[in-house]
Write a new protein. Structure first.
Lengths: 245, 320
C-alpha cells in the first residue's frame, strides 16, 4: 500500500521496503547555522592555540604557525562537512542536534566519494555568494530542494544522497486518545486504502482540535453515513478495530 | 494474527537486534555477531508483514528503523586500503581522463588559447596586458620578477612550509570552485578555467614586457605541469556535471547528474592530488637557487611524464 504521507519508499536488495522521511530546507538551514558556529569555534580555539605556541617559539615560528593556520582554515572550510559526514555516520554536529542524517538514496551510509561530491557542490548551492566567496545565500540549493521530491540540493542530486530525519520517534503519549474507545467492527467491506485511512486517522486524531478532527474525518464519515462528532467517534473506533484485529 | 500476539511472539528477537545495534553504535564487540544477518532478515520479513497487515505506525516505524540501521551496518563499506589506492593511480585516473578526452582538450584550449594570446600581445601589442592586469598585480610582478630585484628565494627552511600551506589554501580552493561551478550548465567551469588562462597569461606577458622572464621561468617551470594540468582536469570534471544538465541523453536529468558525479569523481581526486603536489614543489623546490638548467629539466620532465601517463597508463594491465 502506498503510504498516505510524504515518506519516501525505498526497496532494498532483499525486496523489503523501508520508508525514509526526507528533511526540508528549514531544519537543514538551522543545522547549517549550528555547524557554522561550530566551525567558528574550532577556528577560534585553533588560532588561540597557535597564538600561544607563537609566544614561546619566537620569530622563527612565524612561518610554521602561519602555515599551520592556513592549513587549519583550509581543512575546516572544505573538510568539516566531509569528515563529519563520512566518519560520524552521516551526521555533522549541527545535523545531530536536529536529528538529521545524510544517507545515500538507498538508505546506506555515505562514503568518501558521495561525501566529497555533495560538500564540494555546496559552493554552487550557496550561490549567490558574498564575503570573498566564502559564504552565500543558498538560493540555488533552496530552489533545488523545493523543486525535487526528496528535498535534494544540487550536491545531493549529484552525490545521490538524501538528508533524512534520523529516528522517527512516535510520541506514544500523544497518539493515545484520552478516553479509551471500544473497537468497532466496520459495518461494510473497506478497501485497503480506506482501512489505512481509518488507522492513520485514529493514530493522529489526538494531535488535532475537535473541529479539525470533524473536518478531516468528513470523507470517512461519509462512507459510514454519519457526520460531525459522531463521525469522529465511529472512525476512531473502527480504526482501533482494524489495527488491533 | 492480532497485533498484540504478533508483537509478543517476536519481541525477543527484535530486542536482541536492538541491543546488538546499540552495541555496534558504541563500537563494542558483539558476542553473537554471526546472528546479525539472520535477525536482520527476520526483521525485514516482520516489517513486510506489519506493513501489509497494517499493524499501525508505532510498530511499523519501529521495525522500519530497525531495518534501516541494520542495513547501514551490514552494508557498510569495507576499507580496501592500499590495493585500491595503487589501482586508482595506475589505471582508474588515466582511464577516466581518456574517457573524457573531449572535455579535457576543451579545458586545455580554454586555458592555453588566452595564455598564448597574451604572450603574442607581449610581442605585438602590450597595451592589452596593461589593460587586463590590475595595477596591484603589476606592482607585485615588478617586485618579484623585475630587473635587479631580489630573487624569490627562501629565507629559511620553514618558509617553504608556509608557502606550501598558502598554495594549498589558494590553489586547491580555486580547483574545488572550478569544479563546483560546472553545475551551472558547464559555464562556470569554462569561465573559471578561461579566467585562469587570462590571468596567468597576462602575468607572464607582463614580465616579458617589463621584467626579467628568466626569473619567472626558473621559478614556474618545475611545478607548471602539475598545477596547470590539475586546473585543466578539474575544469573538465566540472564541465562533465554541466553537460549532464545540457545533454542528458536518454536519461532523466537527475539520473544523468548522478552518472556524471560518478564519472567526474576520479578526475576531481586526480586534480586535487596534482595541485597539492604542485604546492609541495612550488613551496620547497621552485624557490631554490640552483642552475636554471636543472629547473627547466624538471619542468619539461613533468610535462613529458604527464603526457605519457595520461596517454598510455592503464591501457593493458588493469583493462577492465
Amino acid at each position: 500500500v502506498a503510504p498516505l504521507d510524504t515518506l519516501q519508499t525505498i526497496e532494498l536488495a532483499g525486496g523489503v521496503q523501508i520508508l525514509l522521511r526526507p528533511a526540508g530546507p528549514l531544519p537543514r538551514a538551522l543545522a547549517f547555522m549550528l555547524d557554522l558556529l561550530f566551525c567558528a569555534l574550532i577556528l577560534i580555539v585553533g588560532s588561540l592555540l597557535l597564538f600561544f605556541m607563537g609566544m614561546f617559539m619566537g620569530f622563527t615560528g612565524v612561518y610554521v604557525l602561519g602555515g599551520l593556520g592556513m592549513l587549519m582554515f583550509f581543512i575546516v572550510y572544505w573538510g568539516y562537512f566531509v569528515l563529519f559526514e563520512v566518519l560520524r555516520k552521516g551526521q555533522t554536529p549541527g545535523k545531530k542536534s536536529l536529528g538529521l542524517r545524510v544517507v545515500r538514496s538507498t538508505g546506506a551510509r555515505v562514503g568518501w566519494g558521495a561525501g566529497f561530491l555533495r560538500n564540494l557542490l555546496r559552493f554552487a548551492d550557496m550561490m549567490p555568494l558574498f564575503g570573498a566567496q566564502l559564504m552565500g545565500f543558498y538560493l540555488f540549493g533552496t530552489t533545488s530542494c523545493l523543486a525535487t521530491r526528496r528535498f535534494q540540493r544540487l550536491g545531493d542530486l549529484i552525490a545521490d544522497t538524501v538528508v533524512i530525519y534520523d529516528r522517527q520517534e512516535i510520541r506514544e503519549g500523544l497518539l493515545k486518545s484520552r478516553s479509551p474507545i471500544a473497537p468497532e467492527r466496520p459495518p461494510l467491506l473497506l478497501t485497503r486504502e480506506e482501512e489505512q485511512a481509518f488507522i492513520e486517522f485514529a493514530e493522529r486524531a489526538s494531535l488535532w482540535s475537535d473541529s479539525r478532527k470533524e473536518e478531516v474525518v468528513a470523507p470517512l464519515a461519509a462512507i459510514l453515513g454519519v457526520s460531525g462528532r459522531e463521525g469522529v467517534l465511529r472512525a476512531l473506533a473502527i480504526g482501533a478495530w482494524i489495527r488491533d484485529s | 494474527m492480532k497485533r498484540s500476539a504478533f508483537e509478543e511472539s517476536n519481541e525477543a528477537e527484535w530486542k536482541e537486534l536492538e541491543s546488538s545495534l546499540a552495541a555496534l553504535e558504541h563500537g563494542l564487540a558483539l558476542p553473537n555477531a554471526s546472528r546479525l544477518p539472520q535477525l536482520y532478515r527476520k526483521a525485514c520479513g516482520d516489517l513486510a508483514l506489519a506493513q501489509h497487515r497494517m499493524y499501525g505506525r508505532r510498530l511499523c516505524e519501529r521495525l522500519n528503523s530497525l531495518v534501516i540501521v541494520s542495513y547501514q551496518f551490514l552494508h557498510a563499506l569495507l576499507r580496501r586500503g592500499g590495493a585500491q589506492f595503487v589501482r586508482f593511480f595506475a589505471a582508474t585516473l588515466p582511464q577516466a581522463v581518456r574517457a573524457e578526452y573531449r572535455l579535457v582538450w576543451l579545458s586545455f584550449a580554454l586555458f592555453f588559447v588566452p595564455f598564448g594570446a597574451f604572450l603574442l600581445a607581449a610581442k605585438y601589442d602590450p597595451s592589452w596586458i596593461f589593460a587586463t592586469l590590475p595595477q596591484g598585480m603589476q606592482e607585485m610582478m615588478d617586485q618579484s620578477y623585475g630587473h635587479g630585484t631580489t630573487d624569490p628565494s627562501l629565507s629559511n627552511a620553514s618558509e617553504g612550509f608556509a608557502r606550501f600551506a598558502g598554495y594549498i589554501l589558494n590553489n586547491v580552493s580555486i580547483n574545488f570552485r572550478i569544479f563546483a561551478a560546472g553545475i551551472i550548465f558547464g559555464a562556470g567551469s569554462m569561465f573559471m578555467v578561461g579566467f585562469q588562462g587570462i590571468l596567468i597569461g597576462a602575468m607572464f606577458a607582463y614580465v616579458h614586457v617589463n621584467g626579467d622572464p628568466t626569473k619567472l621561468y626558473t621559478f614556474a617551470a618545475s611545478h607548471s605541469s602539475w598545477e596547470l594540468l590539475g586546473f585543466i582536469i578539474g575544469g573538465a570534471a566540472g564541465m562533465r556535471l554541466g553537460l549532464a544538465l545540457v545533454t542528458p541523453g536518454r536519461l532523466t536529468r537527475s539520473a544523468a547528474l548522478r552518472a556524471a558525479g560518478k564519472r567526474a569523481l576520479p578526475l576531481l581526486y586526480g586534480s586535487m592530488v596534482m595541485i597539492s603536489l604542485a604546492a609541495v614543489i612550488e613551496g620547497n623546490f621552485s624557490p631554490l637557487q640552483i642552475p636554471a638548467i636543472i629547473k627547466y629539466t624538471v619542468g619539461i620532465a613533468g610535462w613529458v611524464f604527464f603526457a605519457v601517463y595520461y596517454f598510455f597508463a592503464g591501457r593493458k594491465a588493469y583493462a577492465a
